[in-house]
Structures are given as structure tokens and as C-alpha cells.
Design a protein around this ligand. Structure first.
Ligand code: ZN
Ligand code: ZN
Length: 296
């Protein structure tokens, strides 16, 4: 990830409010396309120019070839709004941040948020290197339930925010509110994050299907597994929550996902307390059934 500066020079004396809106709309279009990672970056304004300091996934994220049709349209409109097309300067690499996937053709994708990790991630990871995939490399994903949402990845980014909000409810409610008051948001969050029929998971799986259709690559939804299992043995033996088939892998995929169901395009971690125990002997073989296929 890099930090870059975008400079919008003012060319005509249009009203300030119009220029503010024009710059904001361009930033929004770049964000919806995954070219910048913050929809409201720090920005300074003088009589001559706007300067925005943005985080971008890679050096070339702001190259014209990455622009979506919406971004191209917004950039072209700047001239009549009294602004020149922005100049871009890469200021340097962000230390400690993840680099994006560099695979020329990822074999598959994983939809997941890394809530334990505040470093930048795209909600889409490469299934080969497990690094984030900048969203502009993926055709637009439009969630039909979100009606007139802008094109691009706007609704996928809304889904990611909703996912992270649920993770926040689960993780942060308790210490802030005490056990009793935290119960309601915690339960809601657990239902959304873990239950296969929750709105969050249904919506996320629709995005997986869209990405798979447009890229031709299998796209897995990463189910969240919160807390400890009541029974470690049952945790190892639990079936795929969508089809009831066996989905335990011989080895965790990317060291993280112990379960994967090919037909349902689902992967899952194992509960923390089960991970510390050896799997019950013979169960990997016994688990081989309609849901389990060879590892990718
Ligand atoms: Zn990759
Ligand atoms: Zn399944």
C-alpha cells in the first residue's frame, strides 16, 4: 500500500460549493472502484487548489487504465466545474501495510474481512497467495437488493462495513457496556456472522456468485467462527452448514481454513479451542463425503 497526493487545480471561479461537490464525487468514484481506500481522506483547500492525501493499494492504482466508467465520467466533468484533472504524486510506501496480490491470474478468490487485523485489506483475497485483491481488478459487483446504488463496488464495500460493524459489536460491546447490556448486540452480531441464513451471509454469498460468474474463478465465502466450541470433538466433525456434507480438509487452507465445501463455495475456520487439540483420529477419512473434494 502507498500514500499518494492528488492535486486538483482550480481553473475557473465557480462557486466553492460546486467545486467541493465535484472533488467529492471524483473521490467517491475512485473509492467505489477500490483505487483509493478511504472515501473521506485528509484534504486541504486554498484559492488555487485542492490537495488530498490518499492510501492506494499499489503504485499504479491511480493510472487512467484503472478508472471505472463512472470515474472517467466524473473526471471528464471536472473541466466545466472549474477544475483541472487531478495530478497524482506517489509519496511513498506505507510501512507495515500489506502488499496486494500480484498473481497474474488467481485460480480462485475468497470473500472475507480480516477483523483482527487493522491493516488494509480488500474484502476479496486471492485464493493462491491469500493477499488482498484491489477491487478494480474485478468486474463491477452490483447487489440487486441495493436498488439505485452507484455502479462499481459500492454495495460490496457497504457489505464489508456491515461485516466489520458486526465484528465490532461482538468484540467491543462487552468491555464497554457490561455483560447484561452487551447481550443484545452480541447476539445479533453472532447471528449475522455465523448463521448461514443471516442477511449478512446471504448477501455476501451473492457477491461471491457475482465474482465467480464475471471472473470464471471459484469464489468462496469465508464464514466467521467466533469464540470456543462447546464440544471440541463435535467442532471437528461439524458438517457444512449449507448442504450438511463433509467439508473437513486434511490441512488448513492458507493455515487458516480447516473446512471447505466445494459445491457451496464456503470455507470456515475452526473454533479456537478445537484448533489447539489434535483432530480425532480417522475422522478426516470418515468425513470424506459429497461435500469434500481435493484441495485447490
Ligand atoms: Zn495472488
Ligand atoms: Zn456445502
Amino acid at each position: 500500500m502507498y500514500t499518494a497526493e492528488l492535486i486538483f487545480r482550480i481553473t475557473q471561479g465557480r462557486p466553492q460549493i460546486e467545486k467541493d461537490a465535484a472533488v467529492g464525487i471524483v473521490m467517491g468514484a475512485l473509492w467505489e472502484n477500490g483505487q483509493i481506500l478511504d472515501p473521506g481522506p485528509p484534504m486541504t483547500v486554498t484559492a488555487r487548489r485542492y490537495r488530498a492525501f490518499v492510501s492506494i493499494p499499489e503504485r499504479t492504482s491511480l493510472d487512467a487504465k484503472q478508472n471505472s466508467p463512472a470515474a472517467r465520467k466524473r473526471l471528464a466533468a471536472l473541466k466545466r466545474q472549474g477544475l483541472a484533472r487531478p495530478e497524482m504524486k506517489v509519496l511513498g510506501k506505507d510501512r507495515g501495510q500489506l502488499d496486494p496480490c500480484e498473481c497474474s491470474q488467481p485460480g480462485n478468490y475468497i470473500l472475507s474481512t480480516a477483523w483482527f487485523d487493522d491493516r488494509w485489506t480488500s474484502p476479496v483475497q486471492c485464493g493462491d497467495c491469500f493477499l488482498p485483491v484491489p477491487l478494480y481488478r474485478i468486474p463491477a459487483t452490483q447487489e440487486p437488493m441495493m436498488g439505485n446504488a452507484p455502479a462499481g463496488h459500492w454495495s460490496l464495500l457497504q457489505w464489508e462495513h456491515y461485516h466489520r460493524a458486526c465484528e465490532g459489536f461482538w468484540l467491543r460491546s462487552h468491555p464497554l457496556m457490561g455483560k447484561e447490556d452487551a447481550r443484545t448486540p452480541e447476539r445479533y452480531a453472532v447471528r449475522q456472522l455465523e448463521r448461514i441464513d443471516s442477511g449478512l451471509i446471504k448477501c455476501g454469498r451473492r457477491f461471491c456468485a457475482m465474482i465467480e460468474e464475471s471472473t470464471g474463478r471459484p469464489t468462496y465465502y469465508a464464514l466467521t467462527r467466533l469464540g470456543d466450541a462447546r464440544s471440541v470433538r463435535k467442532e471437528w466433525l461439524r458438517p457444512c452448514p449449507a448442504c450438511g456434507g463433509a467439508w473437513l480438509l486434511d490441512q488448513p487452507w492458507h493455515g487458516r481454513f480447516c473446512f471447505r465445501c466445494e459445491p457451496c463455495r464456503l470455507v470456515s475456520e475452526i473454533a479456537g479451542n478445537a484448533r489447539e487439540h489434535l483432530r480425532p483420529k480417522g475422522n478426516a477419512k470418515a468425513q470424506r463425503g459429497k461435500g469434500a473434494e481435493k484441495q485447490v
